[in-house]
Design a protein around this ligand. Structure first.
Ligand code: NFA
Length: 101
């Protein structure tokens, strides 16, 4: 076949799949002080006071609130660290993760 002739495509183009993002979810409870929740959100998720307050009060009123989305391993380690921060102070505060649709 000459260089200029058209050849049939042999390789199939495989679309690169972006890794699914995972949500970090703040779960409400009756015991953790509001101010402590705000402190954890600011420390672990680099939020300012008003962002952290909004997330805290949304979880307080609705039961849960999405804090942020990350790659799976980052979402899991942030949720674990934030939950451990609360455990170390004796609070039941919980952060969970779930994959985005
Ligand atoms: N519900 C808690 C309170 O009234 C505050 C809270 C908000 C806890 C969000 C956990 C998550 N002290």
């Amino acid at each position: 076949m000459s260089d200029t002739a058209l050849r049939p495509r042999v390789k199939t183009r495989t679309k690169t799949q972006r890794p699914r993002l995972h949500k970090v979810i703040l779960v409400n409870d009756d015991y953790t002080p509001r101010e402590f929740v705000v402190t954890v959100l600011k420390a672990e998720f680099r939020m300012n006071e008003s962002q952290a307050y909004r997330v805290m009060i949304t979880a307080h009123q609705k039961g849960v609130c999405v804090v942020a989305v990350f790659a799976k391993d980052i979402a899991e380690s942030k949720a674990t660290r934030a939950t451990e921060m609360a455990r170390s102070q004796g609070y039941p505060l919980l952060f969970t993760t779930e994959p985005e649709e």
